[in-house]
Structures are given as structure tokens and as C-alpha cells.
Ligand binder design. Structure first.
Ligand code: HAM
Length: 435
């Protein structure tokens, strides 16, 4: 038997409603904030991720799915969405003056070769949003507020917003000097991965998850202490606006994020819901003011976030969220051979009117058809055979009250519609209570 690849999973029909509900909330909240969807390919030229996410990041160093296509070009399955959006905005010249700021969102599978565990897969989904073309601190707040509102709409509370700033280029340069000085003295105490990162990109040392290193890294200089006046003013304005919106946050001076492109504000939101296990970060994001120009595009400041959808679904398991099931309005029970009556036409007419209808393909017994209708949770059974066909009527049985009425075929749709919407008929049909 061929099995699924490690770190991937199937979403089975019994789970799909949770996904649909989450996707509906996602699109509704995106619409409230006036974001538009963008869809980009799931694979891109490898160079795009090397030059954006960063050569020295764990993602590019150890986690990308790279492959040579038949034309010997090196491609990569996207490990995240931001780089692809940047590529697309530049390539499609979406950055005309009247278009800016662009407010885009995306949703889809991402791929990282990580060690699979609860809340961490090799194929996972992200819902991301980006505001492109403005450096206003208000757009930082719009992004953070969008993320928090989405969680609120999903009824995920118990959240913690952690925020920090890396500052502008000048701040980052000053900080790098201070960090290098500190690491020069302490690097011998740190793990081998830290030693490698130190040579390639000292900032990445701060991503270290090894427990014994944390004490040394806790005392390392913090980006907040090396901010230029401009960067400090930007961050102060972000915090003041968050305060005004009554969004609670904590400043986490150790938060640097695992991708190279960030400048200024970075943030993460985590939840302590027990179903999340160790992977408690639901969303991460930040400002990236130099990425467009570094990918040969115009000078466009930008800010965004990405949620891990699987983690949101894990969080929802802890909450009593009532997932709407797909309704089955009617199950059509054939007393004879449907090919010898107009059964298929009746079913089709109801479907064209917007009713969800199913029926048996296998010529099952009457009892088996009722059983199937119950298994599928049908609201009404429609019972039809040669006799009914001759009289141009159909028997409609309510699965809850068990009452059965005979309804004329040309009144069937209206009858069902009224019953399902709790109205009596506009025409007299003899079937409705109100008629
Ligand atoms: P990231 O922090 O790498 O940021 O990923 C964002 C979120 O994706 C994480 O917080 C987590 O919920 C989810 N995630 C990441 N890796 C996995 C995995 N292997 N399995 C399950 N979930 C995962 C970014 O990707 C940036 N592009 C975010 C951004 C957008 N920054 C600016 N704009």
C-alpha cells in the first residue's frame, strides 16, 4: 500500500466542515478590513526564497523542498507566502500610485522540511495578509488588529500579542556591532548551530532553541537599545495606537523572528490553549521595508502576517465551537426504477432551486434507502414510485415529526422551501399547516 508522505495528512470529509467554517470567517474578516485575495503558484524559482527569506535562515538552509525541473531549472515549493506576493506585485506592476497602498491576503499550502510534530507539518497552510506601499505606523496597527480581530471572530481568546522592533537599517547596523562584540566573548559557551550561525549571520544566533544557551542569550544586547530616533518614533507610534485600540500586548525584546527580511515592527500572537501543545504561535509577522527593492522592485515599504491554519484548528478543538454541518434537505426514496419515472428530473429541479438532495444509485430496498437517508441526516424523505408518478404527486415525510403528506409535484419545491424556511405556502397546497 502506498502511504502518505511523512509530515503530510489527508483532510477527511468528516473534518472538512471545520476547514470551510474557518475559511468563511477568514474571507469575511478580510472583507471587513478591505483586503483582496491574491493567488500565486505553489512553486517558484529557488532564487526568490534564497534572496528574500535569507540564505542563512533555517528555512532556506535546512527546510526547503528544492527540485530540478526537466529543463534543469532549480525550483522550490514555497515555504511561505510573502516572497511570492512580492514577486507577483513587482512582476505584474501592481504598484501604480492609484493602487497604493495595496491590501492583499492569501491562503494555501506551504512546504517546509521540518521535524513533524503536533502543530508542525511538512505541508501546512497559511492565511497571510500584506499591506504594501506605506510606512505608516497605522498600517502596522491595521495588520496586528486584523490578526487579533480574526482570532476574536473565531472565538479564540487566551491570546498574548508579543511585539518588538528591529528598527531601520541604521538601527540594525548599530545593533549588529553590539551583538558581535557580545558574541565574540560568549560564543564558546554556545551550541554548534550557534557557532555556525554566528559566522553566517549573528542575528540568527538569537533563534537558538537550546535550553542551556538561553541564559547566555538572555543577557545579549537588545535591538530596542540601538534604535535610531526615526525607528524609535515609529515604534512609539505603533504602541500608542495599539493602546488607543485597547489591544493588549507585551514588548518582548528577544523577539527577532526567523526570516531575514524584517525591519521595524515584528510581532507574534500565541495562545496557551492546551490543545496546541508546544507549537503555541498562531501567527507571526512584521514590517519589511527593504524586500521590494532587494528583489529588483521599486522602494515599497510593507507589513504583513501569516497564520498557521493547522494550529488554528488545533486551538479550535479546545473551544466549544459549533461547526455547521453541510445540510441535506431531502433524500429521494425511489419505490421503483428511477429510470422508468421522472424521478431524476424532479431531483434536478429541486437542486436547481437550491435544495440539497441526494438519492440511491444502487437500487437498494426501501428499508435500506430509509437507513441511508437517516445516516446522512436528511431533513425530509421524498417517497416516489409508479403510483405517485401516475397521480403526479409525491409523499413528503418529515424526519423529525414523522408526519407524511402528499404534495402535488408542481407544488413540491414551494412546499419544501416553505417548510425549510418555516413559512406557509403562498399557494394553497394542502400540505402546509398554514394552508
Ligand atoms: P513564519 O513565522 O515563518 O512567518 O510562519 C507564520 C506561521 O505559520 C507560524 O506562526 C505558524 O503558525 C505557521 N507555521 C510555520 N511553519 C509551520 C509548520 N511547519 N507547520 C505548521 N504551521 C507552521 C512567515 O511565514 C512570514 N511570511 C509571515 C509574514 C507575512 N511576515 C510578513 N508578512
Amino acid at each position: 500500500m502506498i502511504r502518505k508522505i511523512k509530515g503530510t495528512y489527508d483532510v477527511l470529509p468528516e473534518e472538512i466542515n471545520k476547514w470551510h467554517n474557518l475559511e468563511t470567517v477568514m474571507r469575511n474578516v478580510a472583507t471587513l478590513f478591505n483586503f483582496q485575495e491574491i493567488r500565486t503558484p505553489i512553486f517558484e524559482a529557488s532564487e526568490l526564497f534564497h534572496r528574500s527569506v535569507g540564505e542563512t535562515t533555517d528555512i532556506v538552509k535546512k527546510e526547503t523542498y528544492d527540485f530540478l525541473d526537466r529543463g534543469k531549472r532549480l525550483n522550490t515549493l514555497r515555504p511561505e507566502g510573502t516572497a511570492s506576493v512580492v514577486r507577483s506585485v513587482i512582476e505584474n506592476k501592481l504598484y501604480t500610485e492609484e493602487n497604493l497602498p495595496l491590501k492583499l491576503y492569501y491562503y494555501g499550502p506551504m512546504f517546509r522540511y521540518e521535524r513533524p510534530q503536533k502543530g508542525r507539518q511538512r505541508q501546512f497552510h497559511q492565511f497571510g495578509a500584506e499591506i504594501i506601499g506605506t510606512n505608516s505606523p497605522l498600517s502596522d496597527v491595521e495588520i496586528i488588529n486584523f490578526a487579533a480581530t480574526f482570532l476574536e471572530a473565531l472565538k479564540i481568546d487566551k491570546i498574548k500579542i508579543r511585539i518588538n522592533t528591529l528598527g531601520d537599517k541604521e538601527s540594525k547596523d548599530n545593533y549588529r556591532v553590539a551583538l558581535n562584540e557580545y558574541l565574540d566573548k560568549h560564543i564558546h559557551k554556545l551550541c554548534s548551530d550557534c557557532n555556525r550561525r554566528y559566522k553566517e549571520n549573528p542575528l540568527r544566533v538569537l533563534d537558538c532553541k537550546v535550553d542551556k544557551d538561553s541564559e547566555t542569550l538572555k543577557n545579549a544586547p537588545k535591538p530596542l537599545d540601538y534604535l535610531s530616533d526615526r525607528a524609535k518614533m515609529h515604534f512609539d507610534q505603533v504602541l500608542a495606537s495599539l493602546d488607543q485600540m485597547k489591544l493588549n500586548y507585551v514588548i518582548d525584546s528577544n523577539l527577532v523572528r526567523g526570516l531575514d527580511y524584517y525591519t521595524h515592527t515584528v510581532f507574534e500572537i500565541e495562545s496557551d490553549l492546551e490543545t496546541l501543545g508546544a507549537q503555541a504561535t498562531l501567527v507571526g509577522g512584521g514590517r519589511y521595508n527593504n524586500l521590494y527593492s532587494s528583489l529588483d522592485g521599486p522602494d515599497l515599504p510593507a507589513m504583513g502576517f501569516a497564520f498557521g491554519v493547522e494550529r488554528l484548528l488545533l486551538a479550535l478543538e479546545a473551544i466549544d465551537s459549533d461547526t455547521k454541518k453541510q445540510p441535506l434537505h431531502c433524500y429521494f426514496i425511489n419505490l421503483g426504477n428511477p429510470l422508468e419515472t421522472d424521478a431524476l428530473k424532479i431531483i434536478n429541479d429541486l437542486r436547481h432551486g437550491g435544495l440539497v438532495v441526494d438519492y440511491d444509485f444502487l437500487n437498494k430496498s426501501l428499508k435500506a434507502q430509509f437507513k441511508q437517508a437517516d445516516r446522512l441526516n436528511a431533513r425530509y424523505y421524498l417517497i416516489y414510485g409508479d403510483e405517485e408518478a401516475k397521480k403526479q404527486v409525491i409523499n413528503v415525510k418529515d424526519s423529525e415529526t414523522k408526519e407524511q403528506v402528499e404534495v402535488k409535484l408542481d407544488e413540491l419545491y414551494q412546499y419544501l422551501y416553505n417548510c425549510l424556511t418555516n413559512k406557509s405556502c403562498s399557494k394553497s397546497c394542502d400540505g402546509c399547516e398554514g394552508c
